[in-house]
Design a protein around this ligand. Structure first.
Ligand code: ADP
Ligand code: MG
Length: 593
C-alpha cells in the first residue's frame, strides 16, 4: 500500500458519490483508487499498472461518473474490456455507483449478443458504453455508435486485449474517436506494444503503479482454495469444521456490508460470530475484540481497516474470504494469527480471475501457498463422528451414570430391543440440529462447458491441471507464456470457419475471438489450420448450443466466421453462409478499415 488515503472524502469526490459508496459499503479507497481518483478528477490521462482485484473499476469509474451529464443521452464514456464477462461486470459496477444518479444508463455491448437487441439499446441511448473491442469497432463502422460527445475513454486490462489479439481493433478505435477526451489505460503488465499504444494515444499521462512490496511472513501455514463448484460460505464452514487446531478466526472481507452479512449467516449456522467494521465506535470495537479474547466469540468478520492491530493470541486462523488488494494487506491480515509463538493458519479464497494476485503474493512473501483440497462430505462426517466419540468417551468417565444406565435398561426392556439399539436412538437424538452425516453433494468435478459462468460461480476444479476442456470466462487465455501445443486431450471436433489467410487472419485472432465469444479457454482450443479463404479449428466435443450459437455469429477481422463442423475440405474452400440475425447487414470486407 503506497500511503493510501484514509477516506474517499479526501479524494475530491462529490457528496452524492460519497453517499453512494457509504451505502454500498466501501470503507476506504484501495491503493490504486487513492492514487488514480484525484489525478483523473484533475483531468489528466493515466497509465495505470495494477493487477486484477486491486479495485481498478472504481478507480476509473468514480471520476468518470462525475463528468456524466445525465440530461445528455449520448455516450460520454467508453470503456473497452477484453471479454464480455468483464464488460458485464464493469457495467454492473457502474450501475451500482450510479445509485444516486437517477436516469443514468450504462450499456454493455459485446460479441455473441444479438445485433438486433444491441441496436435497439444503442438507439435508446446510454451515457456509458462498456464493450469488447471487436463489437465496439463494428458499431463504430456501422455508425450505430457515435462518440462525438465522448469525454472519457478507458482501456481496461490492456495487456489481456493484446494477448487475445485485439490490439489492432483497440488501435482502430483509438484512431476513430474524437481527439478531445481523457484516456485511462490500465494493464497488469506493460509489454512493449502497450507502452507504444500509451505513448501514441495518451497525452502526458501520469503513471500510477501499484507495486508488490516484498515481505517475509512468520511461520504461518498458508493455503488457498480456488473458488469453484461451491459457495464460499459452504466452503468456509466445511473448512473450519475439519481444521484440526481451530480455535478462533478472523475472516477478512472487502465491505462493511459483507462483514454484517457473513456474521449473520455464520450465526445462523451456529457459530459465535460478529462483524467488526468502521461503523463500530471505539467502545463497540473493543467489546468485540474482548469477546474474541475471552471465547464468547470464535469468529470475527472484519474489513482491513477495522482489524488493524488486533492482537488476540487465540486466533488460529485467518481467512481471506475476499482476496486483499495487495501483498502488504495480505501480510498484514495473516499477521493476526500465529501470535505469541502459536501456530497460525492462513486460508485464501481465490476466484479464477484473481490467480495472478495469488502468484504475486507468493512472490512477495517468498513462500509458496499450497492449494487446499476442500474437505469432502465424508471428511466432515468423519470429523463429526470423531468429535462425537470423544464427547461420549468423556461422559463415560463422568460420575453418576448409573441413573441413566437404569433408564436405558428400562427402555430396552419396554421396547424389547437391545441396549445397543437404545444407544443408537440416543446418539441420533444427540445430534442437536447438527447431523453427523452431512447432506448435499460434493462439488461436481469440472464441468466441461459453462459459458456463462463468471468468477466464483464457475464449477471447475482448481488449476485444471488435468486439462479438462472447459468453457469459461474468468481466466483469460495467454499466448506468450503458454505454448498452445500439444493439443488438448479429450475428444475434439474439427470445425471450419470462413476466414483464412486472404483475410489477413493469424492464429491468435481466431483463438482470441473464439475464446472471447464462446468463453472457451484458449488452451482448450486445439489445432488451427489456416487455408487461403477458410480455416479449421478443433474444439472440445459436446459444445453447448449457446456457445455454438455465439460462435456462428462471431466475426474475425470483421468477417463472419460461420462456424460449422468440418466436412473435410483440404483445399479450404467453402461457400459463405450468413446467419439470419445478421442477414440485413452489409457484409464487412477485410480491408475496409
Ligand atoms: P480489478 O478491476 O482491479 O480487478 P475490481 O474493480 O473488479 O478490481 O474490484 C474487485 C472487487 O473489490 C469488487 O468486488 C469491488 O466491488 C471491490 N472493491 C473495489 N474497491 C473497493 C473498496 N474501496 N472497498 C471495498 N470493496 C471494493
Ligand atoms: Mg477490472
Amino acid at each position: 500500500m503506497t500511503s493510501p488515503a484514509d477516506s474517499f472524502a479526501d479524494l475530491g469526490l462529490s457528496t452524492s458519490l460519497l453517499n453512494t459508496l457509504a451505502e454500498i459499503g466501501y470503507e476506504t479507497p484501495s491503493p490504486i483508487q487513492a492514487q488514480c481518483i484525484p489525478i483523473l478528477l484533475d483531468g489528466h490521462d493515466i497509465l495505470g499498472m495494477a493487477q486484477t482485484g486491486t479495485g481498478k473499476t472504481a478507480a476509473f469509474a468514480l471520476p468518470l461518473m462525475e463528468t456524466i451529464d445525465v440530461k445528455l443521452m449520448k455516450p460520454q464514456a467508453l470503456i473497452l474490456t477484453p471479454t464480455r464477462e468483464l464488460a458485464i461486470q464493469v457495467a454492473e459496477a457502474l450501475q451500482s455507483y450510479a445509485k444516486n444518479l437517477p436516469g443514468f444508463h450504462v450499456l454493455p455491448i459485446y460479441g455473441g449478443q444479438s445485433y438486433t437487441i444491441q441496436l435497439k439499446q444503442l438507439a435508446r441511448g446510454a451515457h456509458v458504453i462498456v464493450g469488447t473491442p471487436g463489437r465496439v469497432m463494428d458499431h463504430l463502422e456501422r455508425k450505430t455508435l457515435n462518440l462525438d460527445n465522448l469525454k472519457t475513454l478507458v482501456l481496461d486490462e490492456a495487456d489481456e486485449m493484446l494477448r487475445m489479439g485485439f490490439i489492432d481493433d483497440v488501435e482502430w478505435i483509438l484512431e476513430h474517436t474524437p481527439e478531445q477526451h481523457q484516456t485511462a489505460l490500465f494493464s497488469a503488465t506493460m509489454p512493449e506494444q502497450i507502452r507504444r499504444v500509451a505513448q501514441k494515444y495518451l497525452v502526458e499521462p501520469r503513471e500510477v503503479k501499484i507495486k508488490a512490496a516484498t515481505a517475509t511472513v512468520a511461520a504461518i501455514r498458508q493455503v488457498y482454495w480456488q473458488v469453484s463448484g461451491m459457495h464460499k460460505l459452504d466452503a468456509l464452514t466445511r473448512i473450519l469444521e475439519v481444521e484440526d487446531d481451530f480455535d478462533a478466526a478472523i475472516i477478512f472481507v472487502r465491505t462493511k456490508t459483507a462483514t454484517v452479512e457473513l456474521a449473520d449467516k455464520l450465526n445462523a449456522r451456529g457459530y459465535a460470530a460478529a462483524a467488526l467494521n468502521g461503523d463500530l465506535n471505539q467502545q463497540m470495537r473493543e467489546r468485540v475484540i474482548e469477546q474474541l479474547k475471552s471465547g464468547a466469540l470464535d469468529i470475527v468478520i472484519a474489513t482491513d481497516v477495522a482489524a488493524r492491530g488486533i492482537d488476540v493470541p487465540r486466533i488460529s486462523h485467518v481467512v481471506n474470504y475476499d482476496i486483499p488488494y495487495d501483498t502488504e494487506a495480505y501480510v498484514h491480515r495473516i499477521g493476526r494469527t500465529g501470535r505469541a509463538g502459536r501456530n497460525g493458519n492462513a486460508i485464501l479464497f481465490v476466484a479464477p480471475r484473481e490467480i495472478r494476485m495469488l502468484r504475486t503474493i507468493e512472490r512477495a512473501t517468498r513462500q509458496p501457498i499450497a492449494p487446499l483440497t476442500l474437505p469432502s462430505r465424508a471428511d466432515v462426517t468423519n470429523k463429526r463422528v470423531a468429535d462425537f466419540k470423544s464427547k461420549v468417551a468423556e461422559v463415560l468417565n463422568a460420575e453418576g451414570l448409573d441413573f441413566f444406565a437404569n433408564i436405558v435398561s428400562q427402555i430396552a426392556e419396554e421396547q424389547n430391543v437391545s441396549a445397543e439399539e437404545v444407544a443408537a436412538a440416543l446418539a441420533m437424538m444427540a445430534q442437536e440440529g447438527k447431523p453427523l452425516q452431512i447432506a448435499g453433494e460434493d462439488p461436481p468435478p469440472a464441468r466441461p462447458f459453462a459459458p456463462d459462468n463468471r468468477g466464483e460461480r464457475r464449477p471447475a476444479s482448481f488449476g485444471d491441471r488435468e486439462r479438462k476442456p472447459r468453457f469459461e470466462g474468468g481466466d483469460r487465455p495467454r499466448f506468450e507464456d503458454k505454448p498452445r501445443r500439444p493439443a488438448p486431450t479429450g475428444d475434439m471436433v474439427r470445425y471450419r470457419i470462413d476466414v483464412g489467410r486472404e483475410h489477413g487472419v493469424q492464429v491468435k485472432d481466431i483463438v482470441g475471438a473464439i475464446a472471447n465469444e464462446a468463453g472457451i479457454e484458449s488452451r482448450f482450443i486445439g489445432r488451427i489450420g489456416l487455408y487461403e479463404d477458410s480455416s479449421t479449428v478443433e474444439l472440445p466435443a459436446g459444445m453447448p448450443a449457446e456457445a455454438a450459437n455465439a460462435l456462428k455469429r462471431t466475426r474475425v477481422r470483421g468477417v463472419p466466421i460461420n462456424l460449422r463442423p468440418d466436412e473435410g475440405r483440404p483445399d479450404g474452400g467453402g461457400e459463405r453462409k450468413f446467419d439470419g440475425d445478421r442477414g440485413g447487414f452489409k457484409k464487412k470486407k477485410f480491408g475496409d478499415r
